[in-house]
Write a protein that binds this ligand. Sequence first.
Ligand code: ADP
Ligand code: DP6
Ligand code: CO
Length: 334
Amino acid sequence: MTAPQWARAHTNIALIKYWGKKDAQLMLPANDSLSLTLADFYTDTLVRFTDSIATDQFALDQQPITGQPLAKVTRVLDQVRQLAGITAPAVVTSRNHVPTAAGLASSASGMAALAAAAAQAAGLTLDHPALSRLARLGSGSATRSIDGGFVRWFAGHNDATSYAAPVPAAPPLLADIRVVAVVFSDQPKAIGSTAGMARTAATSSYFPAWTQRAAADLHRLLPALNAGDFVQVGQIAEGNALAMHAATWAADPPFTYFLPATLALVQGIQVWRQSQGVPVYATVDAGPNVKLLTRAPHVAAVQRWLAAHFPTAQVVVTQAGPGISYYPAGKEVD
Ligand code: ADP
Ligand code: DP6
Ligand code: CO
C-alpha cells in the first residue's frame, strides 16, 4: 500500500441526463448521458485502510455517516478490496464543496473522489475508464466526474462496457462556456435521485419516450459540440432536461423536483432569450435549482437579469472544470 492522498473530484452538469437504470445491481443506465465537469463545485476525500477498526467508517463534513450513504461507500470500497486483494476496513473522510443531496450533484463528485482516493490508498493503478467504472458503483453520475470538460458515459451492457470518456469539443466552446448556478434551496431533497429515477423507470408512461429522446438528443449534441455551436448545444440541453422532468410528472405516484421558482426561472429565461436574443439556456437536475448555460461575454447580463428577477437566489458562476487530482495527506486542503 502507498501513503494515502486526498483525491479531489468535481461535480458535473448533465446536458443529456441519466435518469433510469436498466440494471440497478450493476449500476447500468438506461441510456448514454453527457455532461460538463464544473470548476467550482467539488469534493475532497481521503481513504485509509486499517485493520485497527472492525467496519468501514465514513465522515462527511465532520459528521459520522451511517445507513444508506455508508452502504454506497462500502460498495465502492468492496470493489477496491477485491481488486487489490485486501480485506482491511477503511476510514473515509470527505468534504463537500457543494451542497449535499440538494440536486447539485454531490453524489457525482463524492463518489468519483472516493473511487480515486480508495484505489490510490489500496496501491492500485487504475486508468480513467477503470476509475469511472469504480465510481459508477457508488453513483451513476460519478462515472462522468473522473474526467474534465465534456464527458460521455457509455451505458454499456455489463460492468466492463459501462464507463465514461472525454468527448471532443471545439476549443473556444470549452474555454468560454459558462454555467450560472441559481440556488433556490441547498437543503436535501425529499426524494433522492436513486429513488426518483427508480420510480420513474418503473411507473412513468413517458419513460420509454424519455430514453428514445435521450438517444436522439445525444446524436445531435455530439456534432454540435464538435462544431462549437453553442446555440445548438443550449437548445438540446434545455429540451433534454425538460423531457426528463416531464417523465417524473407521469410517474405513479407523480412527483416533481421543481419549486414554483424553478418554473418561473425556466420560463423567464425563455421569454428573455426570445425577446433579447441572449444565448442563455436552462437545465435542471434532480432538485429545484437551475443551471443556466451561456458564454463568457453574456455572464454580466445574465447576472443583472437574475438580480432584477430573482434577487434572493444564490448565484454562482462557474466554467469547465478538470478531472481528478491528488493532494498529499497532512497538507490541509480547502
Ligand atoms: P445530489 O443531487 O447531491 O447528487 P443524490 O440524491 O444523488 O443528490 O445523492 C446524495 C447522496 O450522495 C448522499 O446521500 C450520499 O449518499 C452521497 N454523497 C454525497 N456526497 C458524498 C461524499 N462526499 N462522499 C460519499 N458519498 C456522498
Ligand atoms: C438528474 O447519479 O445522483 O443529475 O446513480 O442513483 O446515485 P444514482 O443517481 P445520480 O443521478 C443523477 C441524475 C441527474 C442527471 C445526471 O446527472 O445525468
Ligand atoms: Co446525485
